[in-house]
Design a binder for this molecule. Sequence first.
Ligand code: NAD
Length: 501
Amino acid sequence: MNIEANTNCSIVIFGATGDLAKRKLFPSIYNLYRKGQLDSRFAVVGVARRGWTDESFRENVAASLRDSKMQVEGDLEDFLSHFRYLAFDVTNTASYQDLNTLLGEMEQQFDIPGNRMFYMAMAPEFFGTIASYLKSEGVKNEKGWNRLIIEKPFGRDLPSAQKLNEELRQAFAEDEIYRIDHYLGKEMVQNIEVIRFGNAIFESLWSNRYISNIQVTSSESLGVEDRGGYYDKSGALRDMLQNHMLQMVALLAMEPPIRLSTDEVRSEKIKALRSLRPMTEEEVAKYFVRGQYGPGTMGEKEVPGYRSEGNVPEDSRTETYVAGKLMIDNFRWAGVPFYVRTGKRMAEKSTKIVIQFKDLPMNLYDKADEKKQPNLLIIHIQPDEGISLVLNGKKMGTSGTATPVKLDYCNNCVDSLNTPEAYEKLLYDAIQGDGTNFTHWDEVALSWQFVDVISKAWTNNTNVDFPNYAAGSMGPQAADDLLAEDGFHWWPIADDSEFSI
Ligand code: NAD
């Protein structure tokens, strides 16, 4: 970590009337304020097109805290007094002067030494324009530090991501750019490094010598809700795999960094991503499976298929599910498949990593009539947070018989431990100047390079049999076959009962 002593700053939120600001940013800023993690000398300026006043903006901020069911204390009025609003169209260069003037006033009022954080909570097509006007109109300050926080999606393929990056880099240096991947703010994703590098029993086993395969699942039970229009242009590959899933794989696969500094951690993640086995378009079908949900039942409720969702074309070929087998061609991981899968309208909402260890060369308890149980390390990311370890123990009352035993550690079950939201942690990190849990451009570029081959193959092969999984199921049969070919199967994500004594 690179901790910045100088943390009193102004935060400019572009897109302050939007969904992200309301649901995530205002509650996160309030939590940081309430916990004393935000310097009391801070200012927030909301920018959007709507003609709000400071008062109506503050009312909306207060309402967002209420909607988030936050425990709002008597300090609300003081908190809100740090918020101001400026209505303008971000494509209008002249308005940036007003923003600069307002920031200057607030910096004086709250004794802020010119540190400015610019949060892009807007559609990505505006990112480049805003960055360039911030520089050309002098809003990017010479006096303090400047940081630019960028939301996903960062491009829709490598060329568009490169273009966006070049635009940003004209105005901001790489170490001033904080690309959000909110999975990296999740407690248990951050815990991957601690589990690996803080425990002798795991790190010594963390290789192709002892691990047979790794499975990363991020399943959602919701469909596309009211985001059909956006989602249909994106799909699961771009929306989830390119960023969140590959980031988790990089954390699982990377070599131990020499220290926990931003540069060292990033450099190891970059090396892991560089080791991903590239595919040709012809090979994509061997390694990747795409799916789209049809109608089905979620619990008791009948739900429509993807093609019947709002703003989705009737003949859409967009994937709502993707599963794949990644090979990491380096000394540590040669021969170990990393299976990933993510999708919408799956049976459960869950993000989970299962590390399956190799079977013993000879197992005295391996009876022909009993199912073999490998050791598993399960990292529960959400909604449960914790770790489970599946071992074999003696079956009580018998002799010479082993049975699986599961040891559970539940992070969010510990009394009084209220896990902070990912956004809260990431905002805190960005204010501290700690970019470790943000993605470096090289990571973004390598991820797109890998994913672009898959999307090209899928675009060129229009012969898909969609829908190919029912809403409420765990995805298409082909995803099960992908593992079965290697002699594996997906571990259950919700029903762990098969591990109990
Ligand atoms: P939104 O549509 O709810 O809000 C967009 C905001 O931009 C509004 O405040 C709107 O007034 C403002 N805006 C649009 N055009 C403008 C212009 N020309 N000038 C000034 N203001 C303008 O969008 P959102 O859901 O809040 O998403 C914002 C960003 O965050 C997107 O990049 C999205 O992909 C990303 N994101 C959102 C979520 C989420 O939960 N909402 C999650 C992850 C990432």
